[in-house]
Design a protein around this ligand. Structure first.
Ligand SMILES: N[C@@H](CCC(=O)N[C@@H](CS)C(=O)NCC(=O)O)C(=O)O
Length: 259
């Protein structure tokens, strides 16, 4: 529930973006009200000049707190946990806090690049393959990093092979094995025991995509954890939809570029 002293929060996000979903889940668990602004990655809104003034990396999400732009989903969620301490989404023990941060970094460093392969093949490839060479070069010039320019170039001209997508899904499967080990170790119901933490929320967007791509493969403790996560009110509030539905939704709801 929003309290009257709450600063104004505006989230620039994309419905199907895993990093955006992490922040929407955290906002929902904290019961924070915010204004959501949906960006269309297919329309390149995140690479427009006005958006790069908010987030120079040209990626989503970006949370504006009383005019200050916060970027990087892990860091945004840690900010939210510090600024709005109830309910706490980090463990009390410093070693466990370190481990949550390590997990969040692993998810961002390893699982995000992996999930992009099936995701972008589904959503961005149909758009990017239609660009002429001139249009492609013009779009690439607006992208701040070589890594992302490479990704968009691949979507336009050299799509991921089935073997590459399969290898990416293997990486996500390995993540689910690690989740099982955490649950065995902590005794559940959450990765770090009795308290739901950012570790659970940060894994969720990658588990949903793994489940969509390779259904029915979660191990027993992970399957129970997954059901419990999806049963939380935050799942509905954060509007975590199916990947394909999110695409249609974006087309209908993406914001207008500011004049
Ligand atoms: N480390 C960043 C990753 C953000 C990120 O890569 N977002 C993706 C969507 S999940 C994006 O905006 N991609 C657009 C692009 O690369 O053009 C975070 O966690 O915020």
């Amino acid at each position: 529930m929003a309290v009257s002293s709450q600063p104004s929060l505006t989230l620039y996000h994309a419905w199907s973006s895993s990093a955006s979903r992490k922040v929407r889940l955290c906002l929902a668990e904290k019961g924070l009200a915010y204004e959501g602004k949906v960006l269309s990655l297919g329309r390149f809104q995140h690479h427009s000049t006005w958006y790069k003034e908010l987030n120079p990396s040209g990626i989503v999400p970006c949370l504006i707190v009383d005019g200050l732009a916060l970027v990087e989903s892990n860091l945004i969620d840690e900010y939210l946990d510090e600024a709005f301490p109830e309910p706490a989404l980090m463990p009390d023990d410093p070693a466990a806090r370190h481990e949550v941060r390590r997990w969040s970094k692993y998810v961002d460093d390893v699982c995000l690049p992996a999930v992009q392969k099936p995701n972008w093949t589904r959503s961005m490839r149909p758009i990017a393959k239609q660009w002429s060479d001139a249009e492609l070069e013009q779009r690439l010039a607006a992208i701040p990093t070589q890594e992302r320019r490479d990704l968009w170039r691949r979507m336009a001209r050299d799509p991921f092979s089935e073997a590459e997508i399969d290898a990416a899904l293997d990486i996500l499967e390995d993540m689910t094995r690690q989740i099982e080990a955490y649950l065995e170790n902590s005794g559940g119901p959450w990765l770090f025991g009795q308290r739901l933490t950012l570790a659970d929320l940060h894994a969720a967007p990658y588990v949903i995509r793994f489940e969509e791509e390779r259904p029915g493969r979660l191990r027993p403790l992970t399957a129970r954890w997954w059901d419990a996560l999806k049963a939380r009110p935050s799942w509905l509030t954060a509007e975590i939809g199916s990947y394909d539905d999110d695409g249609a939704r974006t087309a209908a709801e993406a914001m207008e570029d500011p004049a």
